[in-house]
Design a protein around this ligand. Structure first.
Ligand code: MG
Length: 170
């Protein structure tokens, strides 16, 4: 019942979500190196969420008899020079992922693949939240990051983020 195109798009998304986890882990490493453990914590948890997204796509494919092919994950190659770079790269990356999700959704819509559309509904909403969160981080950094005391407090705030498993259960 699934087209080759949909199967390929889903399989590709598994790779992209794992890449997102890799990317955010590289951001966490950058902040650890620069003494901002709260920013590092925020991205470490973000990486865990991206891994969860990948596993949700895998589970959906497994449950529906779609073969999963695990491919090599690209090395993150974004150059980070200052504390703002990762935040801006993060927002750009989330916009890119939103576009990927929307393309799968559009293909499923075209093919009247209602099951895949319903599965993707959660991700459409999730991407909206991801973009909002990434945008708010940039705004906070612009407002408070230039001042060392502000940066210290912002780092503390981001250090309070805790991991929660995804609300979508398959
Ligand atoms: Mg994701």
């Amino acid at each position: 019942m699934f087209s080759k195109k949909i199967e390929e798009l889903l399989n590709n998304q598994v790779n992209k979500e794992f890449y997102s986890a890799y990317l955010y882990l590289s951001f966490a490493n950058f902040y650890v190196e620069h003494g901002l453990s709260g920013f590092a914590n925020w991205y470490q948890i973000q990486a865990q969420e991206e891994r969860d997204h990948a596993l949700l796509f895998v589970k959906y494919m497994q449950d529906n008899g779609i073969k999963v092919t695990l491919k090599a994950i690209d090395q993150p190659n974004i150059v980070l020079n200052d504390n703002m770079d990762a935040l801006k790269a993060g927002l750009e990356h989330e916009k890119y992922v939103t576009d990927l999700i929307h393309k799968i959704y559009a293909a499923a819509d075209e093919e009247k693949d209602f099951r895949t559309k319903q599965f993707l509904d959660w991700f459409v909403k999730e991407q909206g939240e991801e973009e909002t969160n990434a945008g708010e981080l940039i705004k906070k950094m612009e407002l408070f990051g230039a001042d060392s005391r502000g940066l210290y407090l912002l780092d503390q705030e981001l250090g309070n983020r805790t991991y929660a498993p995804p609300s979508l259960v398959l």
